[in-house]
Design a protein around this ligand. Structure first.
Ligand code: LLP
Length: 464
């Protein structure tokens, strides 16, 4: 980690970027592990499923989220196949549109939604409600009611108040609500604090250690309107090491066994959440769904054998690992600048036509990304560059450190891979910038999934 009194972004002479960043042998080449399966370069132009980004930019404008549909579907299918015998819930918070929900349904996955809005998209896509799980630490009565009315397959409860509300609603509607209990296993996941969810001091779940989880199960079992399905644990996101999952699974299964022995109820299901990391840059080394499945099955089966309980039906909730790598963001470069560093040297700033409104992850989680010149080959020297957006903040960074050809210039297109998860879904209108379109490309055909917002869309909310 480079340290500077003005912060980690502030460079000094001789700045070579972070230790993991390699000087590229060929600055025009794509690093395949960072791109969707059907992305390639042809004469310097990035193509996806046979369509060039120059054509996409002309037709749909920039910034543009470009999604490789076959890649998205393939990743979804790979999880379903690797976890055969378990249920895979795609975490729609990563990216959700009507088309994406349909792909998930067609590929045989279930769907995790966590608000009424996400549920509405799923219902618009005619996603089978019994294959939907509803999350959320503060679901409104209206959200719970809608979920029960349409018959979602599971509601993951997260507070004592919610258990009371759900019991009352189930009575009122004359249904039995299928519930899971979100528990906190007390695990410190090795990820950014804001996306870590299983240590004790955060808002999600009932604490196992503190006894609240057991009490939640007791209250559910005492209410005839509630059908207890099992425990749910999600330790956090963008996680690579399995030790966190392992410790969490052990603690959750111990509680599962305790419920069986003390309350006489063998819960049929167990959900271990999502959070599987993806490669944003060459420093990340994700596991395949097969490796994850083998590891998780091994842990669960071993622990159940040791505890003398039957193995419950397992479910998982990957979001990022399905949507993330499927998409890149296409930008047009507008300005470039060489900025002098303390003590000599300079940094190459490249400004694009989007920024923290279409990808807030660098600003929010210090997330790293990579990028490539997408519209032509260059013979210029690679120079360490920083890609920034067009917003009125110096923290409006898209790619903190990347080698780009020294001659990148206004009008060039730039592509940033790995933006399929938590970019469009976290997009915002800061500085009244309309949100970009999402286009899906498959077999040489591009289809608009979400159209670009317009200034009229923004002004439509302003009542003057
Ligand atoms: N299940 C639950 C209960 C979750 O809360 C989440 C993510 C997932 C599954 C899916 O996690 P994934 O497999 O996508 O990592 N905005 C942050 C990530 C927030 C994740 C919230 N919950 C980011 O951009 O990194």
């Amino acid at each position: 980690m480079r340290a500077h009194e003005a912060g980690a972004l502030h460079g000094q002479a001789g700045d070579r970027g972070p230790a993991w960043l390699r000087h590229p042998e060929d600055v025009n080449a794509l690093v395949p592990s960072l791109w969707a399966e059907n992305v390639a370069k042809s004469d310097g132009v990035v193509t996806v499923a046979g369509v060039g980004v120059d054509e996409l930019a002309r037709e749909f404008g920039t910034p543009l989220y470009v999604l490789d549909e076959a890649d998205f579907r393939h990743r979804a299918r790979s999880f379903r196949e690797a976890f055969a015998g378990a249920d895979v819930y795609y975490a729609g918070k990563a990216f959700l549109s009507v088309a994406a929900a349909r792909w998930i349904a067609e590929e045989g996955l279930n769907l995790d939604v966590c608000t009424g809005g996400e549920l509405a998209v799923a219902l618009r896509a005619e996603f089978p409600p019994e294959r939907i799980g509803l999350h959320g630490n503060n679901k409104s009565v209206a959200e719970l009611r809608r979920a029960l009315e349409v018959g979602v397959g599971r509601i993951i409860v997260d507070s004592f108040e919610e258990i009371g509300r759900l019991g009352a609603l189930a009575g009122e509607l004359g249904v039995r609500a299928p519930v899971m209990v979100r528990v906190t296993a007390g695990v410190e996941a090795h990820t950014h604090e804001y996306i870590s969810t299983s240590h004790e001091d955060q808002k999600f779940g009932f604490s196992i250690a503190g006894g609240d989880a057991m009490e939640a199960v007791r209250r559910i079992l005492a209410d005839e309107g509630l059908n207890f399905l099992g425990l749910h644990s999600h330790i956090g996101s963008q996680i690579f090491v399995t030790d966190g999952f392992e410790v969490a699974a052990r603690r959750v299964l111990r509680l599962h066994a305790q419920i069986a022995s003390e309350l006489g109820v063998v819960a049929p299901e167990l959900d271990l959440g999502g959070g599987f990391g993806i490669a944003y840059t060459t420093q990340d080394d994700p596991s395949s769904p097969e490796t994850l499945a083998r590891g998780m099955r091994g842990i669960v089966e071993g622990e159940c054998a040791a505890l003398g309980v039957d193995v419950p039906r397992l479910s998982i909730e990957p979001g990022r690992a399905i949507a993330g790598p499927s998409t890149f963001t296409l930008y047009e470069i507008g300005t470039t600048k060489r900025v002098a560093l303390d003590g000599g040297g300079a940094r190459h700033y490249v400004a694009v036509d989007g920024g923290m409104s279409d990808n807030i992850r660098p600003a929010l989680y210090s997330a790293d990304y990579s990028c490539t010149l997408a519209s032509r080959e260059s013979t210029a020297e690679p120079v360490l560059s920083r890609v920034v957006g067009k917003h009125c903040e110096s923290g409006d960074i898209v790619v903190k450190d990347e080698y780009l050809p020294a001659d990148v210039a206004p009008g060039d297109l730039l592509a940033v891979p790995g933006t399929g998860a938590y970019c469009r879904s976290l997009a915002n209108n800061y500085n009244h910038v309309p949100r970009p379109a999402v286009v899906a490309v498959r077999d040489g055909e591009a289809r608009l999934l979400l159209r670009r917002e317009t200034e009229d869309d923004l002004l439509a909310l302003d009542l003057g």
